[in-house]
Design a protein around this ligand. Structure first.
Ligand code: GLU
Length: 337
């Protein structure tokens, strides 16, 4: 019998009509701040300038962080800016569902492939255990897993309660990803990251794993996202390879800083699109400010997303992004498990 996963995989691997497919994948854990809005705008521009299709995906896997009404507000804010998408939670589409919370069965099927290939193992270490391990050096994303459980019995049984974390056993060797904006990203996962979690001990699939399954099965060819996720890319590439899935191209774009030069965040009350709207701001004003901040239009310009699209082609857009990628702020990567 063909499973849902196989059906989706089959479609994802079918030779494409060469159309690019981009996506924006917000987490509905707080209001969309201006930095999020700028990344969404850049992702939209990249795919529209390529004549491709745009997918909206809600990354709501971690139920404990989801804010009630958050997804609806994000969608409303993005539409207010003038952005549109061809597939998404509110419009449907053939690669859905578009909420990660509705894709558990798909992740479980992908996970079974890793288990069959003996590339994952159950890990009983707490965060404290890992931090305490005398030899645990720190990578860019926290302490490097010391390998305590990596040789555990592979034929472990799922207990059903999902009380054991599952980690992907990384191989030694260089992984290199050519990022369109920031150039080459090189890591040796065994040295720089260590075996990483694909399913948490509370049963929630990890971001690193879900994002790979989704990007592949949604046929994404181009990922435009914040540079804070750049260091995650080699981990994701390792999973694409382990699952025999096609990997997209990556465009890591600078994060936006607030007036004090600090990185914006959903928690610290950074200027949000909602606040901008509440003050009577207009879409063209916001889009103008966001586009100006990356050099896509002259200062003090009010501009609609359509006008911005008409003012650029893919090559001028890429050129501008490469420029800000070089001069962009260096922001410490955020922690990801
Ligand atoms: N959901 C992630 C976020 O809101 C983005 C993930 C990605 O673009 O890969 O930060």
């Amino acid at each position: 019998m063909t499973t849902e996963y196989e059906r989706m995989l089959d479609r994802a691997l079918r030779p494409r009509d060469r159309l690019s497919r981009g996506r924006y994948a917000p987490s509905p854990s707080g209001p969309l701040h201006l930095g999020n809005a700028r990344t969404a705008l850049l992702a939209w521009l990249q795919v529209r300038l390529s004549g491709g299709r745009f997918v909206m995906r809600m990354e709501d896997l971690d139920r404990s962080r989801v804010r009630p009404g958050g997804a609806k507000q994000i969608i409303d804010d993005l539409r207010w800016m003038g952005l549109d998408w061809d597939e998404g939670p509110d419009v449907g589409g053939e690669t859905g569902p578009y909420e990660q919370s509705a894709r558990d069965g798909i992740y479980a099927a992908a996970l079974a492939r890793l288990r069959d290939a003996h590339t994952i193992f159950p890990c009983f270490c707490s965060r404290k255990d890992i931090e305490k391990a005398a030899s645990a050096p720190h990578g860019s994303d926290g302490p490097i897993y010391p390998g305590t459980c990596r040789d555990r019995d592979l034929a472990f049984k799922e207990t059903g309660g999902g009380s054991t974390a599952l980690r992907y056993r990384v191989a030694a060797g260089r992984i290199e990803v050519e990022d369109v904006v920031t150039g080459s990203i090189v890591q040796d996962l065994s040295r720089d990251v260590g075996d990483f979690v694909v399913r948490r001990s509370d049963g929630v699939f990890a971001y690193q794993f879900a994002v790979v399954v989704d990007d592949a099965l949604m046929g994404v060819t181009d990922v435009v996202r914040g540079v804070d996720l750049r260091e995650s890319t080699p981990r994701q590439l390792a999973l694409f390879r382990a699952l025999d899935l096609p990997a997209p191209r990556y465009w890591h774009v600078p994060l936006m800083a607030d007036g004090d030069g600090n990185r914006m965040s959903k928690r610290d009350g950074s200027e949000s699109v909602m606040m901008f709207r509440a003050r009577g701001g207009q879409p063209a004003e916001l889009v103008g400010q966001l586009a100006t901040s990356v050099g896509l239009c002259p200062p003090e310009t009010s501009v609609s997303v359509e006008e911005l699209l008409n003012a650029h082609d893919l090559s001028s857009f890429t050129h501008v992004l490469r420029h800000i990628g070089r001069v962009g702020l260096h922001i410490a990567p955020r922690r990801r498990n």
